[in-house]
Design a binder for this molecule. Sequence first.
Ligand SMILES: Nc1ncnc2c1ncn2[C@@H]1O[C@H](COP(=O)(O)OP(=O)(O)OP(=O)(O)O)[C@@H](O)[C@H]1O
Length: 252
Amino acid sequence: MSALWTLKDLSARQGRKTVLQAASLSVSAGEVVGVVGPNGAGKTSLLRAGLGLLPAGSGEAHLSGLAVADLAPAPRTRLVGYMPQERRVAWNVPARMVAALGASDLPDAEADAVALDCLQRVGAADLADRGVLDMSGGERARVLLARLLATRAPLLVADEPVAGLDPDAQLLTLDLLRSEAQRGGAVVVTLHDLSLAARSCDRVVVVSGGRIVADAPPRDALSRAVLAEVFGLDGVLIDTEAGPVLAARRRA
Ligand SMILES: Nc1ncnc2c1ncn2[C@@H]1O[C@H](COP(=O)(O)OP(=O)(O)OP(=O)(O)O)[C@@H](O)[C@H]1O
């Protein structure tokens, strides 16, 4: 398997605070990797520092073997598509235009065709001509997912793509990301739903206090000990017909 994204001892700060400490990670083609951790653990910082969007204090990050620090924005967007946590869109332009931004390397007509195809895949074909500010939050999230898919980049990184989505849309989102991995890409996704992470990801990376404290298949990464120490939960993954489900309560 070829590594599409590698981090080696990567650290980063926000102001005086160290938000990422010596993080090492390797993501290969075909993988769906979930990044989990409590609020403020450093998940977004990990993604942003690893993509060169937050200056790294030390360590290295590579995309398809190329040092992120040396990559100009245009070549970087060919190697990675990034869906940030904030779903901010400034202008009330139609969904098809927003989705087409993901394919801005193509001539307009081709970018539009890719955008429409991606809107269809995310179940938002009927929203194509609607302004993105005239939508519900969940509808806008689908449009932004379409924009991510429209990048056709080998690595897709999505920060909480299922936040605020209904259950069917959550599963659809993970299914679509899985299909990108099956086509030979790699996917990294932050999630708060640990059941969904266990069910949908090949590997789960647990972040706590700015450090990667586990990086393993879901059952190992979300062990009783990690659930207790990192999440403050007395919990366990239970097998069901639909996949593993977390049964947990807060620790006393
Ligand atoms: N712009 C900023 N300035 C200062 N500190 C920041 C900034 N952004 C994030 N932080 C701090 O960095 C730490 C990690 O934040 P980060 O957003 O990476 O966490 P997260 O795991 O993604 O959290 P969440 O699940 O709440 O989205 C937190 O302590 C946060 O307060």
